[in-house]
Design a protein around this ligand. Structure first.
Ligand SMILES: O=C(O)c1cccc(O)c1O
Ligand SMILES: [Fe+2]
Length: 302
């Protein structure tokens, strides 16, 4: 069982690096870290050097990175993957430098999502210099696509320390690797890809302030503001350049006791299964008969 300690980064190819970087800073609020690397923009969200690397080239996710404890754990992971018939390739020194990690390996999940395990992800000592006061506190979770969510769950839960926190039918599996409700989600899709990248924000006010800001900026709001019944988080999804979906959320629950937590299965056919604030679309047919005061049986004079 390979122990993932955290999510590390998303690395994504962009055809127009300048536009994607401008969006990630002035709209999302991330800090552009001077990586001194032509063709790569490193975007910072918390204590790690970066959480999002935009790489000039073909549009689309390149890799989703996870951390392991150290280089010994990385070597053990490489062996464990090989034992399962999964070929893992060492990330070369240039690649490690670009990722700001000591060492790393890359492999494909059963659906072709490129996954990277890294050790020694660099931290920065200075406070984050956010480009906009979006209230971002940290990289919350990443969500990858897969044609078979149940199979994806079997892969992640048997090869790694991922544990399912909740299901949305067979459409989505939300998995934790630490007490946070989920750090990794898998959503049903035709093929591999990045479904979205989540950043936690400090207050519910940040969600609604960003909502107004994004609308004023003409950014496409994909869903929300709403509230996920699974983690309980108030959320807002919005689309950046080249189809990159960002999510802000506030108030993700923690699962402190694995032994007592029972994963729930939400019904994707239910309107509120992603957003519990979406009530039924129509008034209930058996609307309780309103009784007006004029109809109340008058108190009999005693
Ligand atoms: O936070 C969640 O519970 C959640 C649920 C469904 C889909 C998501 O992206 C989520 O983050
Ligand atoms: Fe999410």
């Amino acid at each position: 069982m390979i122990e993932l300690t955290d999510i590390a980064y998303v690395r994504s190819g962009v055809a127009d690096l300048a536009t994607a970087t401008e969006f990630a800073t002035s709209i999302v609020g991330l800090e552009l870290v001077d990586g001194g690397e032509p063709g790569v923009a490193h975007l910072r969200a918390d204590s790690a050097h970066h959480r999002l690397a935009l790489v000039e080239g073909e549009s689309g996710v390149i890799a989703s990175g996870f951390t392991v404890a150290d280089e010994e754990a990385l070597a053990a992971a490489e062996t464990a993957l090989e034992t399962r018939g999964i070929r893992a390739a060492r990330i070369d020194p240039y690649g490690c430098r670009s990722r700001r990690v000591r060492a790393g390996i890359g492999f494909d999940d059963p659906f072709g999502n490129r996954i990277e395990l890294v050790a020694g992800q660099h931290s920065l000592a200075t406070p984050v210099n956010y480009s906009r006061a979006a209230g971002i506190t940290e990289f919350g979770h990443l969500c990858v696509d897969a044609p078979d969510v149940r199979e994806a769950y079997r892969f992640w839960s048997s090869t790694f320390n991922a544990r399912v926190s909740d299901w949305i039918g067979d459409d989505a599996c939300l998995m934790r690797i630490n007490p946070v409700h989920h750090k990794l989600a898998v959503f049903a899709a035709d093929g591999p890809g990045l479904c979205h990248m989540n950043f936690q924000v400090a207050a519910i006010d940040d969600i609604f302030r960003s909502w107004h800001f994004l609308v004023e900026q003409g950014v496409e709001i994909e869903m929300g503001p709403g509230r996920h019944p699974q983690s309980g988080a108030v959320f807002l999804y919005f689309q950046g350049p080249e189809g990159f979906t960002y999510e802000y959320s506030y108030g993700v629950r923690r699962i402190e006791d694995d032994a007592t937590w029972r994963p729930r299965v939400f019904d994707p056919a239910e309107r509120g299964s992603i957003d519990m604030w979406l009530g039924p679309t129509s008034r209930p047919t058996s609307q309780p008969q309103l009784v007006t005061t004029s109809e109340l049986p008058l108190r009999k004079a005693t």
